[in-house]
Write a protein that binds this ligand. Structure first.
Ligand code: ANZ
Length: 962
């Protein structure tokens, strides 16, 4: 018997595969569909950790599976090779960033090859290579032509200690991630990309993508589109009008609820108002105080502060009402217009402020509930019939209990409720309803709690109801009561429910709202609804009103976004040089395409001193002057590395092309990417930037697709055995090199796939016993090779079709087919774990047998091949196969064999279930009855007794009557 020597097997096969080029991918193969599967290319950190293994080797299972399913699969790998760590190594170790990076990549390439993945290394790309960044620069130039690139002064993060600009992701908790110094904000000119121009498309196109909902919603929030209105409020001082202030609001429907106006302290308009503000020194004082606050603190500040600008008023354009003008720092200068119309009845921030400064609160929007239950949701096609209604809460005369009704015919639990007749007030209607429905008479009206509206289908009347509810509150003064008429008694039962149980008893969302408001009046309604107290707009929905009211007051409807343009300038060395030169007047010009790649100079001192390292290159300056003339200067900034990774997937398609970044034909063969698997940390940066980049490429006629990634799946993290994130400081790091050496790459790949479903962002702890378990499984597969028999007659034990198989627990052939089916279904959903379980079940069954069919063993090897490519190849070849198992196809299951042909039925004696047996579905009644009586668990119940009757219910049970 040969021993399972993983080290030798794995090395041998990796060499042979490379020599035979079995993983080389052609762009087109006759009769095969292309399948482009991408994982994020790695940063050459120089050491492959468990996270890399999880990121690359598990998706490799899927890629191999797809290949066996007959697809022409591209699963490429490369290096995202520009970036800070190389530069830091240069600063710390005095290394040459380029040499350092290439050395790291050599090491990592070797480790990546040890995975046994089907990467086509001929297509490797390296983003720091001039043959790659030439095209990054080319695209920059194209975008410049399309006015998608511009230079502007913006705020950047500045580390005063390292004297360098930091990207947002290089700042953690306001500190430099390298030296820990407090980061400050600095104004700096930057090259910007107009990603905001694509904001709408970036939101709207998400809908068509098969991406996890959480990434979609995070991207939407990040872009932060809000549709709003700009509305002018005239400013007056006494009788004098002097100009106006523009506010930005997303809720123009609440215009009638405006009770004051707020200006951001920085709002320039305050200067023009100075002479009319009577308390100007107080105002100036406040403005000075807010100057030192950070924007973030102002957004989150717990206690709102502000000061009234006395002597001036604003005129509400909707109703001509004068309202006070306040200055408060909860309004930000950088958003909207830096001024808001405050509606404390419907906005939390305004509500808090109004409470604190005693400003009026005026409700103008009432909630609208639309029933969504199957029985009561409005019926399409039926018109709505309106009706005014009361919903009446009645308190007990002595106890803290409330009157509730349980309706007999319909499943309703409510307060007293009923319609308001013409001529009745809501109070009168309430009294009448309470009297009719309960008989109580001695009511004290306390208040109208709130109003709301409700749309539902009224079943008994077969109409759609649009009900306008008044939520009323009464307290009974005594138990004075009259006899109810029988008709009412039949409709419902009355209950007095304790305060704490009311919300469990009543279940209409709308009634609950009134109840909650009564119990806790310090609440406001911030949603859309139906307008009230809004003059001629009463009764409109919020949505209708926003448009109508904005028009009516001469406002403008517009969209705003939270997304800012993408600043790509880095004052860094190890990045793609921005291909710009400045003429002697300081005007920027693109470096013409014929001079690309615009090479990163090497004569640079990397010590950070606050200037860009490229500024110290004599060669770069000389080159610039030589090409463009005396007095010309090069741009010394490099690009954000997210630019490099925004288009890398195109280059895999044609990595050696010198004429273009990727030939159009090849792009047509492969794009868009069928499946993109990656880390959960990528939501708003890489995945948003590259979506923008592709759209911009499409508009510049460089690409023909609008989106690059059809399906996106994010994976989770592998945690240390202690359940914490792996980190050197915690001493819980699993070194894949060590485990691969000890147990083999096949074991590691398969264990990682076995931990749990892939493609969901759940984290799994590394379990040392789990790895051993997987290794044992592979050893068992290895040993099975000595149990194979090449023809059926050598097999001992019952086989399909033989006469002694009436009672089957499971049968090898049908189990195998069930396994193929289940594994296929699970892999399609990235549930590699449960598909491995299937193979384990099969093995348990086979272990019981003396011999197994070689043909069936080979099917197992094929099923296992994507998971454990080396051991399966070795076993496959040792069975005399000539062609690699990885060129074989995925086994098919036989439909007939996966149908369950057995069924488990119950056996009862005198009606009590005493046992179960498994029978063939087709077994005859007599056979089943006989088996039931012979069952060892049944025997004691019938022995020595007369059997009166045996009843068989087909496929379900046998009852023996004694
Ligand atoms: C009146 C109103 C009534 C508002 C209401 C909201 C609810 P989003 O949706 O986040 O874009 N706002 C406008 N400019 C502001 C600024 N510079 N600083 C702080 N708040 C500002 O927010 C838009 C809403 O935020 C606007 O709509 C405005 O308040 C406020 F029931 O106007 B609203």
């Amino acid at each position: 018997m040969r021993e399972y020597n993983h080290a030798k097997i794995e090395k041998d096969w990796q060499k042979k595969w490379e020599k035979k080029k079995i993983y080389q991918v052609k762009d087109k193969v006759k009769g095969k569909k292309n399948f482009y599967q991408l994982v994020e290319f790695s940063y050459p950190s120089g050491n492959l950790h468990t996270g890399h293994w999880y990121a690359f080797s598990v998706p490799d299972i899927f890629a191999r599976y797809k290949r066996m399913r007959g697809y022409n699969v591209l699963y490429p790998m490369g290096f995202d090779a520009f970036g800070l760590p190389a530069e830091n190594a240069a600063i710390k170790l005095g290394a040459d960033p380029k040499k350092w990076t290439y050395k790291q990549m050599d090491k990592m390439r070797g480790q990546l090859k040890s995975m046994g993945a089907m990467f086509d290394w001929e297509r490797e790309i390296i983003s720091c290579d001039p043959s790659y960044y030439k095209w990054t620069q080319y695209m920059f130039n194209q975008f410049l032509k399309k006015d998608l690139v511009y230079r502007a002064v913006t705020q950047v993060n500045w580390c005063p200690k390292d004297k360098t600009i930091l990207a947002n992701e290089q700042v953690a908790d306001g500190k430099c991630d390298r030296c820990g110094a407090d980061v400050i904000q600095k104004e700096q000119p930057q090259w910007m990309l107009r990603i905001t121009k694509y904001a709408d498309r970036l939101i709207d196109d998400l809908e068509k993508l098969d991406w996890p909902e959480e990434i979609k919603s995070t991207q939407k929030n990040w872009i932060g589109r809000s549709e709003g209105s700009e509305i002018d409020f005239k400013l007056v001082s006494g009788n004098e009008t002097f100009g106006s202030v523009k506010v930005f609001t997303t809720r123009a429907d609440t215009l009638f609820g405006v009770t004051y106006i707020v200006l951001a302290p920085e709002n320039q308009i305050i200067k023009n108002l100075e002479s009319s503000i009577t308390n100007i020194s107080e105002v100036k004082n406040y403005i000075n105080k807010t100057k030192n606050k950070l924007e973030l603190d102002r957004k989150q500040s717990k206690e709102k502060t502000g000061v009234e600008a006395k002597g001036i008023k604003a005129i509400n354009p909707a109703n001509g009402q004068e309202v006070p003008v306040w200055i408060a720092d909860y309004v930000l200068a950088s958003y909207g217009t830096g001024a808001v119309m405050a509606v404390p009845a419907h906005d939390e921030r305004d509500y808090e402020f109004a409470k604190k400064y005693n400003l009026p609160i005026k409700e103008v929007v009432e909630p609208l509930f639309i029933d969504s239950s199957e029985q009561s949701k409005p019926k399409e096609g039926l018109p709505f019939v309106e009706r005014n209604v009361v919903d009446v809460i009645v308190k007990h005369w002595k106890e803290d209990k409330y009157l509730c009704l349980k309706w007999k015919k319909v499943n309703w639990k409510t307060f007293v409720t009923g319609g308001i007749e013409t001529g009745q007030t809501p109070e009168e209607a309430s009294r009448m309803e309470v009297r009719e429905e309960s008989g109580y008479l001695d009511l004290k009206f306390v208040k109208e709690v709130s109003r709301y509206h409700s749309k539902f289908y009224h079943n008994p009347k077969n109409l759609n109801r649009f009900a306008h509810f008044h939520g009323m509150y009464f307290e009974l003064q005594s138990d004075k009561r009259e006899e109810m008429i029988d008709e009412e008694k039949e409709k419902h039962d009355l209950f007095w429910i304790e305060k704490e149980n009311v919300s469990k008893f009543v279940h209409e969302e709308s009634s609950l709202r009134i109840w909650n408001l009564l119990m806790n009046p310090d609440q406001i309604y911030t949603g859309d609804g139906i307008l009230n107290n809004s003059g001629k707009f009463n009764g409109l929905t919020s949505e209708e009103a926003r448009e109508k009211m904005t028009k009516e007051v001469g406002g403008k409807i517009l969209k705003t976004y939270r997304l800012r343009d993408w600043g790509i300038s880095r004052q860094r060395y190890w990045g793609c040089p921005i291909p710009i030169v400045y003429d002697p007047n300081g005007k920027a010009h693109p470096v013409p395409d014929k001079h690309l790649p615009w090479i990163l100079p090497t004569d640079v001192d990397h010590t950070p001193d606050g200037t860009a390292p490229l500024a110290r290159s004599k060669e770069l300056l000389k080159r610039t002057e030589k090409i463009f003339g005396k007095g010309w200067k090069p741009e010394v900034e490099t690009m954000d590395t997210f630019v490099d990774s925004s288009w890398y997937f195109y280059r895999y398609l044609d990595p050696k092309n010198k004429k273009t970044f990727a030939d159009a034909k090849r792009r047509k063969e492969w794009m868009p990417i069928d499946l993109y698997m990656g880390g959960a940390e990528h939501t708003t940066m890489h995945l948003l930037y590259s979506r923008f980049w592709v759209k911009a490429m499409k508009d510049a006629k460089l690409a023909s697709e609008n989106e690059a990634y059809k399906i996106r799946r994010n994976r989770g993290l592998i945690l240390g055995p202690d359940g914490n994130k792996m980190s050197k400081s915690k001493g819980n790091v699993i070194d894949p090199d060590e485990i691969v050496a000890r147990l083999g790459a096949d074991t590691v790949r398969m264990y990682l796939a076995f931990m749990g479903p892939y493609g969901i962002t759940t984290n799994y702890p590394w379990d040392p016993n789990g790895v051993i378990g997987v290794r044992r499984f592979l050893e068992r597969v290895w040993k099975l090779q000595y149990k194979t028999a090449s023809s059926e007659d050598k097999i001992s034990g019952p086989r399909v079709g033989s006469p002694d198989t009436k009672i089957l627990s499971s049968d090898s052939a049908s189990l195998l087919h069930k396994v193929i089916k289940k594994m296929t279904e699970d892999i399609e959903e990235y549930k590699f774990n449960t598909s491995i379980t299937q193979m384990m079940i099969l093995l348990n069954e086979w272990d019981k047998k003396e011999k197994i069919l070689e043909s069936e063993y080979k099917i197992l090897l094929q099923l296992l091949a994507p998971f454990a490519p080396h051991i399966t190849e070795e076993l496959w070849m040792s069975l005399g196969e000539k062609k690699s198992i990885h060129l074989a196809s995925w086994p098919k299951w036989d439909k007939k064999k996966v149908i369950d042909d057995t069924v488990t039925i119950a056996i009862s004696v005198n009606g009590k279930v005493r046992s179960e047996i498994t029978i063939e579905i087709e077994a005859s009644e007599d056979e089943v009855k006989e088996m039931a009586q012979k069952d060892p668990k049944i025997k004691p119940w019938i022995e020595g007794k007369t059997i009166k009757k045996v009843i068989y219910v087909k496929g379900r049970l046998v009852n023996i009557v004694v």
